[in-house]
Ligand binder design. Structure first.
Ligand code: CMP
Length: 145
């Protein structure tokens, strides 16, 4: 998924992202217009555990990791997202996120993110599915205790 050249290209690309595939062209263009593209070098810290969560990140290119002391979590790659948890509960970031390789993300502020998705049940459902899947994979005991 190469970085898009224009807002039109970006909207086109967002239509292929599972999270946003239910949105119509108008919504996709709004997201493309309000997001800011940011690049990160390999090894660069993107999000720090404990920081205030002000942005939602969609990976356009590259791969990021959520390092854990004694656990290897699945990397997050093109078309996938991170930074949603702190936006859900308005609490500090739950984990560090680091670029594994040179990576390119579309960043939406909390305000833009909720403005774009809060009236979109399919997007909210997809978000919840991914969060639950990640929780199952990383802390299955938390779901059975
Ligand atoms: P947030 O807490 O806002 O910032 C750190 C992000 O790391 C978090 O949102 C998720 O997107 C991601 N993250 C946290 N825990 C996990 C996990 N167990 N598996 C995958 N991603 C995670």
């Amino acid at each position: 998924m190469a970085p898009p050249a224009s807002e039109e290209d970006l909207a086109h690309l967002l239509a292929k992202v599972p999270l946003f595939s239910s949105l119509d062209k108008r919504h996709l263009k709004t997201i493309a217009r309000s997001g800011v593209e940011r690049s990160f070098a390999a090894g660069q810290s993107i999000v720090k555990q404990g920081d205030e969560g002000v942005g939602f990140y969609l990976v356009l290119e590259g791969q990021v990791a959520v390092p854990r002391a004694n656990q290897v979590l699945a990397p997050i790659g093109p078309g996938q997202f991170f930074g949603e948890m702190a936006l859900f509960d308005k609490q500090p970031r739950t984990a560090d996120v680091v670029a594994k390789v040179p990576s390119h993300c579309l960043v939406l502020s909390s305000w833009e993110f909720w403005g774009s998705v809060s009236s979109q049940p399919e997007v909210l459902r997809e978000l919840m599915q991914v969060v639950v899947r990640r929780l199952r994979a990383s802390a299955p005991q938390a779901l059975t205790e």
